[in-house]
Ligand binder design. Sequence first.
Ligand SMILES: [Zn+2]
Length: 455
Amino acid sequence: MAALPVEEVRSRVEADFDRIVNVLNKKIALQSISAKGITADHMKRSAEFVAEELNKVGVNAQVVQSHNPNGTPGAWEVIGSKIVNEDAPTVLLYAHHDVQPVPDASAWNTDPFVGTVIDTRLYGRGAADDGGGIAIHSGALQALGDDLKVNIKVFVEGEEEMGSPSFIPFIEEHKDEFDSDVIIVADSGNWSAEIPSLTTSLRGNTDIDVHVKALHHPVHSGQYGGPILDANTLAAMLIASMYDEHGDLAVPGVASEDPIGGLQRDMDETAVRTDAGIVDSYRLAGTGSLAARLWTKPSVTVIGFDAHPVEGSFNVISPETTFRLSLRTAPNQRPEEAQEALAAFMVEHAPFGAEVWVDKLDNGMGWAMDPNAEATKDAMEAMEEAFGVAPVNKGEGGSIPFIPELQRIFPKAQVLVTGPEDPKANAHSPNESISLPSLKNNVITEALLLDKLAK
Ligand SMILES: [Zn+2]
């Protein structure tokens, strides 16, 4: 089975590119904001549009409504398949058709719901996240047409931006229909418009509330201050005890990893400083590559702290306080295990024997791709052929909760995380956009990848 030549695939995508951009423009105009009602008619219309477009490229697609874990109606989902050969490998293509809201259209330079091209970019809500993913799947299937040699299954979700409340029951209910050898999740992005990437890892997360108590009731700071430290100070000591002198988190049992698949290129400190708005005098905490610190090492953030506001404060020793820690976990560590270790550390490091107890809150699993999987190598090759440059691995410090769920439900499937975004895409923000040259290369990549996966 000879592979399709790259130039043949490229010329097919070039010829089809106006249609692909048109699909994206129509998708943007649908205003499929799931925050305005997951079950509402506008979301159903959006799902129907996606199903129609998939049908045009040979997928037998339909709209179905999921239901929430409590049985109430859920999102309008698009599912479909194109079976070419029972013995061929099966690939599940994922995207989502809902988009983020537009709280302030005046923050946009263009109408958020009219696809508008400026230079090489198409602007509009959902142009990248994740209309771009739908456009990639549509373009790749059209480019392959009757040359498609793998079976395709499609799932285009209608509630990703709302945290996918009915995702797990829906997938479990359709487990046989979605069962596949490779899952392509086109909802992330590339290193830049010119340099392609696989998303190699996602951190998990877990939260705990820590209570610190020194006194049974508040006392006067003049009368008792000195031997009795206030609960806020004790909490601050406890928080500081998690770090070594370099600012690395040093909590035994909370795992740390190196970038998955190796680090081809580190994050640029200047760009990170600018993007995050870091004051000039601040030195970055921790050691090792910036990429590892952002993607695969654990991090703790105090996201809540019960202390008396400055305004109206008075001379009293606070008897007791609570703070909430959000721990981002290394991609492969089970969050329950990291949570247990962090909770034990807090109790063991109680300053001056203060009473410390912990409430354990929610856990979300991280995810790491398999760098040695055949599908990973095929994807890297397809990216290099399409973009003309070698891909650069890119981790994510945050979480995409449905990806570890997919991996859990389909443990044998090789999950590839690709997508239309680049650092200028502004997904979730005003002036969201997609790079059109990059979109074209992403379509070519996915067509080449599907062709390679047939072997
Ligand atoms: Zn998305």
